[in-house]
Design a protein around this ligand. Structure first.
Ligand SMILES: NC(=O)c1ccc[n+]([C@@H]2O[C@H](COP(=O)([O-])OP(=O)(O)OC[C@H]3O[C@@H](n4cnc5c(N)ncnc54)[C@H](OP(=O)(O)O)[C@@H]3O)[C@@H](O)[C@H]2O)c1
Length: 122
């Protein structure tokens, strides 16, 4: 069974892709900040009789520490990640700096994607 990791898998295209993967019989890990949206994905999985093949990880991927925590959680739980979709997005039109000191758009759009790509590479 393939394992697919989708950042931003709780809404929009990421969620649609997560549902498509579940329908295809794949295992899916979705990541987002909202517990409500995460629960909605779990509900869809239950309707598809795929509750055993889905995991929601709540995390703010604009924080390096959160990226590291999630990557550690995934690498501990799954031997192989077959596909990685980097879809998390939240665009801020005004400058915002994370508590770790990074400009927030840079942190989510670039830094998180770099950390995931490096952290989950075989
Ligand atoms: N829509 C378009 O027309 C379009 C066009 C070209 C490319 N894209 C790209 O395709 C991807 C998906 O777009 P979309 O429109 O489907 O996105 P979307 O509906 O806005 O969904 C964004 C996802 O990112 C998650 N997210 C936001 N901030 C986060 C954070 N700090 N940490 C973790 N997750 C976070 C959201 O979950 P929470 O709300 O739970 O945090 C949600 O699951 C994006 O990368 C976008 O740039 C979109």
């Amino acid at each position: 069974m393939k394992t697919v990791v989708i950042t931003g898998g709780t809404d929009g295209m990421g969620k649609a892709l997560a549902c498509a993967c579940l329908r295809r019989g794949e295992r899916v890990v979705v990541i987002g900040t909202s517990a409500r949206k995460g629960a909605a994905v779990l509900d869809v999985a239950a309707e598809l009789d795929a509750a055993q093949r889905v995991e929601f990880i709540q995390a703010d991927l604009s924080l390096v520490s959160e990226n590291r925590r999630v990557i550690e959680q995934i690498t501990s739980a799954y031997q192989v990640v077959d596909a990685l979709v980097l879809g998390a997005r939240y665009f801020r039109a005004t400058r915002s700096v994370t508590e770790e000191g990074f400009e927030a758009n840079f942190a989510l759009f670039y830094l998180s994607r770099y950390l995931f790509a490096q952290g989950l590479a075989a």
